[in-house]
Design a protein around this ligand. Structure first.
Ligand code: ARG
Ligand code: ZN
Length: 870
C-alpha cells in the first residue's frame, strides 16, 4: 500500500494544455476542464487513461466533442478511467461539481471567510477536477472564472490576465493564462472581495511587473512590510542567484484559514495571513522577520519549485530544502548573519533533531510514504536546507554558484530529481558527490565523537573525530557521511592558534575546515605546550551532534574568546545545560563562573541581539531533547527555573543596567538592530524577574503599560504570565479587550495562556477550548491553543495524571474528520513519547492508541499514529 520511490514510472499520458472554466457558487461550483491529451512515448503502450479524483460529483464527459455514455468510462470516488482511449491526440472534457463551503479540509477549492481560494499542493487539485495529479505532468493553463460581481468582484488565477468583463444577471468573468508549463499542484484560483496595495517593479532586464497584495478590506496598511520584503527579495534573487521574475503581474493573497504557512502557486501566491499582515501594534519583531522570510521563500520558489519542479513527491526536498536555504541566506543578508544562523539552528534542533531521534524519522528524500502531506517536515525542509549549505561549504562558494547556474539553465521547464541537482555540482566542482548524496537517503542525526590528548613530552595535541549515526525506522545500518567540520583552537589566554599539522591535507586544516568522510580521523597539532580549547562545528557546519559534552573550563574560555559567534553562543547554551543537568542529578550549584562569564559578555558585547540569545537558555523542550531518555518534565522544569533564579539574582545589577540603557524611545522600526535592542531589554527583564519576583512584577507591569508596540507588550505579558497573580490576570484581561477584534493577536493571547507552567493551566486550557472565540476549524486558532500547549508547556502536556494528553487527544479526534492535515500535524507532538520516564510513557502510548483506535480515522492521522506507535 505505501508508495515507493523505486516504483516511479513516467505518466502514460501527457497533457499539452488545460482549459479550465469555473462558475463560482458557494455550494455548487461548476468546473469544466478541457484537456488536450496524448500518449506519452515513454509510457506503457496500450495503457488505460486513469485520472485522479477526490470527493467529486461528475456531471458529464465528452471525448473529442462527443458526449460519452456512462458505459464508456469507469469512475469511482478516487479516479476516472477510460479503458481504451484513442491512440492519437484527443480532447477530453469533464464537468464536475464541487462544494467549496463544505470543504473543511482546506485542500482543493474552499472558502475562507467570504472568499473562494484554493490549495492544491500536494494533492488538492484532484478535489477540483479529475486530473493527472502528479508533479511530472506539466501543462499550460488557461482559466476562465465566472462569479457574481457583488460576491466576488476580484477574480484571480495563475499567469497574466487576458480578458475580463460583465455578464448577464450580475455575473462577471476573468480569463487568466499562464504560459509556463506547470504541474497542477501550482494551480490557484481566488475569488472574493478584498482590498489591495500595489507597486511597480522593473526587473534587471527591464520587464515591468505589477506587484499586488490582497488582504481583508481595512488591513491594507498592514501589508506594507510584506510588499517591502517582496521587493527586496526580488532584487536579491537577481543579484545573488541571477534569477528574474517572468510574468507581468505577481499577486499575493492573504487568507485566514490555511493549513500551512503559504503556497507558491505560479504568479499567485496564497498566504496564511499571519505571514502577510504586520503592524507595530499587532506584530512582534519575530512576526516581522517571519513575514519577510515566508514572502521571500514563496517568491524564491518561482525558480526553485516552479520553473524547475519535482519529478515526484519523493523529491520534495529538491524544491523545499533548496528554497529554505535561499530564504535563510536572504534573511542573513537583510539582518544579522550570526543571529539568523543561531535562530535557524535552534529551530533545526527543536524540530528536526527531535524528528530524527524518534519514530517519525525519515530520510530527507524518503523512499516510501502513505500520506504525502505528512512529509512536509522539518527533515525535508530544514535538514534539506542544511544539505545545500554543506554542499556550498564543501565545494566552495564559487563552484556552488556555477553549479546553481548549470541547474537553472539545464533543468528549466522540467520536473527534476535530487540526482539532477547533484550532477550540476559534481560537474562544477569536478568532484564525486556519491558519498555526499547519502545525506539525502540516510535518516538520523550523525554523532561526532571527539577525543583529545595532549602529550607534554612531545608537545603534540591530537584530536580524534569519529562519526556514527544511530539506527532509525527501517534503517538499521548506517554508512559514513561526508561531514564538513569547521574548527579552531584557543589557548588559555584566549588567543586563536595557527592550525599547523603535518597532515596530508595540511592546507585545508590550516583554513580551519576539514571533512570527516571516514569513520575516524585524527589530527595532530605539534608544538603546543598545553592542551588548547577546541571550537568544533563552527557556524554549525553540519547538522550533527558532538559528544561528549565539552568541559566547563573550555566552555568558559570559548564564551569569552571564540570569534565564531555561533560557537560563542553555543558555549553559553552548553554551560546552561551542564548546570541544569547537574541540578537534575541533585548536585548543589552556585554557577558563579557562568554568571561572571555572562556578566562580562553583557558588558563587552556591542551586539544586543546576540547578547539576548546568549541569555536565552535552552527551553524545557531543548532539555528533554538533550536528555533523550527517561525524561521527567517536572524535574527539568524545576532545574531550569532554579538556574534562572540563580543567574537572575547574580546578574541583577547588569540586567538593571540593560533595562535602563535600552528603554524604547521614538517610533517603532522593525529593522534588525532595533529588534535586537528590544530583544535584549525583554530577555533582561524576564531574567531579572526570575531572580526577583516582586521587582520583576513591578517592572513588567510598567513595561506592559508603557509598551507602544506588540513586541514589548507581549514580552511583558510573557513575564507576567510566569510571575502570576493579579498582575497577570489583569494584563490578560486588558490585552483581550484591546485586541478582541484582531484574530492574529488573539491567537497570541490563547498561546501564551496555554504555556503557563502551573497546574491550573489544564483547567484554563479546557475553559479556553470552550471560549466563544475558540474554534477547532481555524488552523491558526487550533494551533495557537493546542499546538502551544503541546510544544510549549511540557509540565502540563505531560502531566502525571494524563490530563494533558486527554484534552489534547480529544481535540485531535474532533478535528480529524474536519481537517485531517491539521489533526495529523498536531498529533506529531506526541512523537517523542518513548523518551519519557516509564509512567508518562505508558500514558502517552495509551493516548496514541486511543487515536489509532478511532474507526473512522483519516489516512493522514492514521499514518502518524501508526508510525509513532511502531
Ligand atoms: N509548498 C509550500 C511551501 O513550503 C507548502 C505547501 C504544503 N502543503 C501541504 N498541504 N502539505 O511553501
Ligand atoms: Zn516551500
Amino acid at each position: 500500500q505505501p508508495i515507493r520511490l523505486k516504483d516511479y514510472a513516467p505518466p502514460d499520458f501527457l497533457i499539452d494544455s488545460v482549459e479550465l472554466f469555473f462558475s463560482l457558487h458557494k455550494s455548487k461550483t461548476r468546473v469544466r476542464s478541457r484537456l488536450a491529451l496524448r500518449r506519452n512515448p515513454k509510457g506503457r503502450s496500450g495503457a488505460p487513461l486513469v485520472l485522479d479524483g477526490d470527493d467529486l460529483t461528475l456531471e458529464r464527459v465528452s471525448l473529442d466533442g462527443r458526449p460519452l455514455d456512462r458505459e464508456a468510462y469507469e469512475t469511482g470516488p478516487e479516479n476516472f478511467k477510460l479503458a481504451q482511449p484513442p491512440e492519437g491526440p484527443f480532447i477530453l472534457e469533464i464537468e464536475t461539481l464541487v462544494d467549496p463551503t463544505a470543504n473543511t479540509q482546506l485542500s482543493g477549492l474552499y472558502r475562507s471567510g467570504a472568499n473562494y481560494c484554493t490549495q492544491c499542493e500536494a494533492q488538492g487539485f484532484r478535489r477540483i477536477t479529475y486530473f493527472l495529479d502528479r508533479p511530472d505532468a506539466l501543462a499550460v493553463y488557461t482559466t476562465r472564472i465566472e462569479a457574481d460581481k457583488s460576491e466576488a468582484p476580484l477574480l484571480l488565477s495563475n499567469g497574466d490576465l487576458v480578458e475580463a468583463g460583465a455578464l448577464e444577471a450580475g455575473r462577471h468573468f476573468a480569463v487568466w493564462r499562464d504560459p509556463y508549463p506547470k504541474p497542477c499542484y501550482l494551480f490557484a484560483l481566488v475569488g472574493g472581495d478584498l482590498g489591495s496595495i500595489s507597486r511597480d517593479f522593473t526587473t534587471k532586464s527591464g520587464r515591468k511587473v505589477k506587484l499586488s497584495i490582497f488582504v481583508e478590506h481595512g488591513k491594507e496598511a498592514r501589508a506594507d512590510y510584506a510588499m517591502d520584503a517582496l521587493e527586496r527579495a526580488m532584487r536579491w534573487d537577481e543579484e545573488r542567484f541571477g534569477r528574474e521574475y517572468d510574468l507581468d503581474v505577481f499577486n499575493i493573497v492573504a487568507v485566514s484559514d490555511f493549513n500551512m504557512g503559504a503556497m507558491e502557486n505560479k504568479g499567485l501566491n496564497i498566504f496564511n495571513d499571519k505571514y502577510v499582515l504586520a503592524s507595530p501594534q499587532t506584530a512582534t519583531d519575530a512576526d516581522y522577520a517571519a513575514v519577510e522570510a515566508v514572502i521571500a521563500h514563496e517568491y524564491f520558489h518561482n525558480w526553485t519549485g516552479n520553473r524547475i519542479t519535482c519529478r515526484d513527491w519523493f523529491q520534495l526536498c529538491l524544491k523545499e530544502g533548496l528554497t529554505v536555504y535561499r530564504d535563510q541566506e536572504f534573511s542573513a543578508d537583510m539582518r544579522s548573519r550570526a543571529v539568523k544562523r543561531i535562530n535557524d539552528v535552534r529551530t533545526l534542533r527543536l524540530t528536526q533533531f527531535v524528528e530524527d531521534a524518534g519514530p517519525l524519522a525519515h530520510p530527507v528524500r524518503p523512499d516510501s510514504y502513505r500520506a504525502i502531506d505528512n512529509f512536509y517536515t522539518a527533515t525535508v525542509y530544514e535538514k534539506g536546507a542544511e544539505i545545500v549549505r554543506m554542499l556550498n561549504t564543501l565545494i566552495g562558494a564559487e563552484a556552488f554558484a556555477r553549479g546553481m547556474e548549470i541547474y537553472f539553465t539545464r533543468f528549466d521547464g522540467t520536473a527534476a530529481t535530487v540526482e539532477d541537482f547533484l550532477s550540476c555540482f559534481a560537474e562544477s566542482a569536478k568532484r564525486d558527490l556519491s558519498q555526499f548524496a547519502r545525506w539525502y537517503s540516510q535518516a538520523g542525526t550523525p554523532v561526532v565523537e571527539v577525543a583529545t590528548r595532549h602529550d607534554p613530552q612531545t608537545r603534540v595535541f591530537s584530536l580524534t573525530l569519529s562519526q556514527s549515526t544511530p539506527p532509525t525506522p527501517g534503517q538499521e545500518q548506517k554508512l559514513p557521511l561526508e561531514i564538513p567540520i569547521a574548527l579552531a583552537l584557543f589557548d588559555a589566554a584566549g588567543n586563536k592558534l595557527a592550525l599547523e599539522t603535518n597532515d596530508a591535507k595540511a592546507d585545508e586544516i590550516a583554513q580551519g575546515r576539514i571533512v570527516l568522510s571516514s569513520e575516524t580521523r585524527t589530527l595532530r597539532f605539534p608544538n603546543l605546550a598545553a592542551a588548547p580549547s577546541v571550537s568544533l562545528l563552527r557556524g554549525f557546519s553540519a547538522p550533527a551532534r558532538l559528544e561528549p559534552p565539552v568541559g566547563e573550563a573550555d566552555l568558559l574560555r570559548l564564551l569569552a574568546h571564540d570569534d565564531d559567534p555561533f560557537n560563542r553562543w553555543q558555549a553559553s547554551q552548553s554551560l546552561a545545560l551542564r548546570s541544569i543537568f547537574a541540578r537534575v542529578r541533585g548536585e548543589e550549584r552556585t554557577d558563579d563562573a557562568f554568571a561572571d562569564g555572562l556578566g562580562r559578555l553583557i558588558s563587552q558585547s556591542n551586539d544586543p541581539a546576540f547578547t539576548a540569545l546568549a541569555l536565552t537558555f535552552p527551553s524545557e523542550a531543548d532539555l528533554a531533547r538533550e536528555q533523550g531518555e527517561d525524561v521527567d518534565p517536572d524535574a527539568l522544569h524545576a532545574a531550569r527555573k532554579a538556574l534562572r533564579e540563580t543567574l537572575g539574582h547574580a546578574l541583577k545589577t547588569s540586567l538593571a543596567k540593560i533595562l535602563e540603557r535600552l528603554t524604547e524611545q521614538g517610533a517603532y522600526s522593525p529593522d534588525a538592530a532595533s529588534a535586537g535592542r528590544r530583544a535584549l531589554h525583554n530577555v533582561a527583564l524576564d531574567l531579572l524577574a526570575a531572580g526577583d519576583g516582586a521587582l520583576g512584577t513591578q517592572l513588567a507591569e510598567a513595561h506592559f503599560n508603557a509598551a507602544r508596540n506588540m513586541t514589548d507588550r507581549l514580552a511583558a505579558l510573557g513575564t507576567l504570565a510566569l510571575v502570576g497573580g493579579d498582575a497577570r490576570e489583569n494584563a490578560f484581561a486588558r490585552f483581550y479587550e484591546e485586541f478582541a477584534e484582531d484574530s492574529l493577536v488573539i491567537d497570541k493571547w490563547f498561546s501564551l495562556q496555554a504555556t503557563i507552567p502551573e497546574e491550573a493551566t489544564t483547567r484554563r486550557v479546557l475553559d479556553l477550548l470552550a471560549h466563544k472565540d475558540f474554534s477547532l476549524s481555524n488552523p491558526n486558532r487550533a494551533r495557537a491553543l493546542l499546538g502551544a500547549f503541546a510544544a510549549g508547556n511540557p509540565t502540563r502536556f505531560h502531566a502525571r495524571d494524563g490530563s494533558g494528553y486527554a484534552l489534547f487527544v480529544d481535540a485531535v479526534i474532533s478535528i480529524d474528520p474536519k481537517n485531517p492535515q491539521l489533526a495529523a500535524r498536531l498529533l506529531t507532538s506526541l512523537r517523542s513519547w518513548r523518551t519519557l520516564e516509564p509512567d508518562r510513557r505508558r500514558l502517552a502510548e495509551e493516548a496514541l492508541r486511543r487515536v489509532a483506535a478511532v474507526p473512522t480515522l483519516s489516512g493522514d492521522t492514521n499514518d502518524i499514529a501508526t508510525r509513532a506507535l511502531a
